[in-house]
Design a protein around this ligand. Structure first.
Ligand code: NAD
Length: 256
């Protein structure tokens, strides 16, 4: 059980982040949700988690593209035993047409944010004598696809960052790992469908089966619950010696 632990999940008002937050709450952890918006419904998600799972939960608005906001998130959390760096954005374009501001934004949100939150959280974990850092990378942290230069670069980067942090915390009761999902049907993936339909001149159905799940041998999307379960496992005692590595949740993608 994770009772008494506080988990901070970046980018957790939808998709995988929200699924991970719910599974951690189910395991007893108190939850800090985050995104860059500050809507009523964001705070309502935290209330729903608190009520459903009988834990403390709050929502902290902070923009993971900004260094100061990343560090403020950890401060406002009050405590951070489990840090899940999940916030992520995507843009798909051939490199010669890739807008430089999209490159900068993707590197900031998908990679640099994890540097800042980890830097802000690790001393508290040391002082508390326990910590878990889980970075949500991607199958694109281990392999590449065309037209996703910034995303693939950021995800390979976060795998490298995970290994470095694991070495720096190896003598502490802290672990740092990267989870590498294949395709999970979330708003981020949904948003890629129109562009990919245009890119390949295909129907929605064909894009899903023949492009997205083309490399996912199971031919099934992974679920946010499965991703949450993987994070809960990494927070368990069974995972005490699992550090500096990647866990793929990709239906066999990276076995190909
Ligand atoms: P999503 O769009 O549902 O979630 C992304 C989350 O990040 C949202 O909560 C969004 O509000 C938040 N976010 C975006 N920009 C932010 C910012 N500047 N500051 C704070 N929060 C911000 O997408 P998702 O699929 O759930 O993606 C979550 C993570 O999983 C991402 O890192 C993504 O790269 C990774 N991932 C997703 C898939 C997939 O198939 N869905 C596969 C591999 C990896």
């Amino acid at each position: 059980t994770l009772a008494g632990k506080t988990a901070v999940i970046t980018g957790s008002n939808s998709g995988i982040g929200l699924g991970v937050a719910r599974e951690l709450a189910k395991a007893g952890a108190n939850i800090v949700l985050n995104s860059y918006t500050d809507h009523k419904q964001d705070h309502a998600l935290a209330e729903e988690i608190a009520t459903n799972f009988n834990v403390d939960a709050k929502y902290v608005a902070a923009d993971m593209s900004k260094a100061d906001d990343c560090r403020r998130l950890i401060e406002e959390a009050g405590r951070c035993d489990i840090l899940v760096n999940n916030a992520g954005i995507q843009h798909v374009a051939p490199i010669q047409d890739f807008p430089p501001e999209k490159w900068d934004a993707i590197i900031a949100v998908n990679l640099s944010s994890a540097f800042h939150t980890t830097a802000a959280a690790v001393e508290g974990m040391r002082a508390n004598g326990w910590g878990r850092i889980v970075n949500i990378a991607s199958a694109h942290g281990l392999t590449a696809s065309p037209y996703k230069s910034a995303y693939v670069a950021a995800k390979h980067g976060i795998v490298g960052l995970s290994k470095t942090v694991a070495l720096e915390t190896a003598r502490d009761p802290i672990t740092c790992n990267a989870v590498c999902p294949g395709y999970v049907l979330t708003p981020l993936v949904e948003a890629q469908i129109p562009d990919t339909m245009k890119e390949y001149n295909m129907s929605r159905e064909d894009v899903i089966k023949n492009v997205m799940l083309e490399r996912q041998p199971s031919k099934e999307f992974a679920t946010t619950e499965e991703l949450g379960g993987t994070v809960v496992f990494l927070c368990s005692d069974a995972a005490n010696q699992i550090t500096g590595t990647t866990i793929s949740v990709d239906g066999g993608w990276t076995a190909l």
